[in-house]
Ligand binder design. Structure first.
Ligand SMILES: [Fe+2]
Length: 315
């Protein structure tokens, strides 16, 4: 299944921009106290001002699209996304949050990841270039986000927006449907066995967490995936062989998404893997937010509290 490219560009009309600015005016971009009411307002305004786009995204989601690409276009405001300054970043953040809310996914964060921020900067950070993470510059192999967490806690959707990219470093995406087509029944069976150790990514603080589980799971008749291919550790020879076959298939099936200011990507985190090659020299700045249909808008999940109360257990 290919990436669905939506024909309707997301036009930030003047009224929508005014609403976004209004919602953001008192927020400090380094510390984002996005309240539930602010998020609901952003979602409502997006629905009112871009009904065609919102409907198109909803239809694609309902039709089973695993990944969608769309672009902000058509207004002078687009140019402010070309700078990585506070105003451009805030507009990008409001766009991601408003669009996520408008299509039914509530932005949320984790207290153990970037102190619960709802918007994550995806850009190489000085001193972290060698880390395999969204703040690194080295290759970041195909993965699902938060693969080590319970299904109920993993983001259902990941939304990205490009503020700036002079490096030409594409994000690569492989849909699970495409990856599975290449795999034998034996490999699929093995991937569904709990023979893999999943580890917390580098962006999470606190004690090192790991979980023994499967890589794919059958949920309501559909396959889902959770794996970070660079850090997942198979426990048996059969598991190692199956993970190797999965990686080979995913690399064969991956599609590249090139970034330009205003480019938006929404992908279903349980149905896709994403990654990138090493970031070439130059500046590159994306924003990301997690979306959920079960978390409250703006929820900050505390993994420590959940672990100690015994709620952090399931598939
Ligand atoms: Fe990621």
């Amino acid at each position: 299944m290919s990436i669905a490219h939506l024909d309707t560009p997301f036009r930030i009309t003047r009224p929508l921009a005014a609403h976004f600015a209004d919602a953001c005016i008192h927020l400090n971009h380094a510390d984002e106290p996005w309240g539930r009411d602010t998020l609901r307002t952003l979602g409502n305004r997006t629905r009112e001002c871009a009904p065609d786009l919102v409907e198109q995204v909803r239809q694609q989601l309902a039709a089973g699209a695993s990944c969608m690409a769309l672009r902000i276009a058509g207004t002078p405001l687009t140019s402010c996304l070309n700078t990585a300054d506070g105003a451009g970043r805030m507009l990008g953040a409001a766009t991601l949050l408003g669009l996520s809310m408008a299509v039914g996914f509530h932005p949320f964060g984790f207290r153990q990841e970037r102190a619960g921020a709802l918007i994550h900067d995806v850009l190489p950070e000085p001193g972290a270039e060698a880390r395999v993470s969204s703040s690194g510059r080295v290759q970041f192999d195909l993965h699902a986000d938060c693969a080590y967490l319970d299904r109920a806690l993993r983001p259902e959707i990941l939304a990205f927006i490009c503020l700036h990219d002079e490096t030409g470093t594409e994000t690569e995406i492989a849909t699970l449907a495409d990856v599975l087509e290449e795999l034998s029944e034996d490999i699929v069976h093995q991937l569904a066995l709990p023979d893999y150790i999943h580890r917390a990514p580098a962006s999470f603080s606190g004690e090192t967490r790991e979980r023994l589980s499967s890589i794919i799971d059958r949920v309501d008749g559909r396959w889902e995936i959770k794996v970070a291919t660079h850090s997942c550790e198979p426990r048996t020879e059969g598991a190692r062989h199956a993970l190797g076959a999965l990686i080979e298939s995913a690399r064969k099936q991956r599609q590249a998404c090139r970034w330009a200011p205003g480019q938006i990507l929404m992908l279903k985190n349980r149905e896709c893997l994403h990654g990138r090659r090493a970031i070439r020299p130059g500046a590159r700045h994306l924003l990301r937010c997690y979306g959920s249909t079960t978390q409250a808008p703006g929820a900050i999940v505390d993994l420590e509290a959940m672990t100690s109360s015994g709620q952090h257990h399931s598939r």
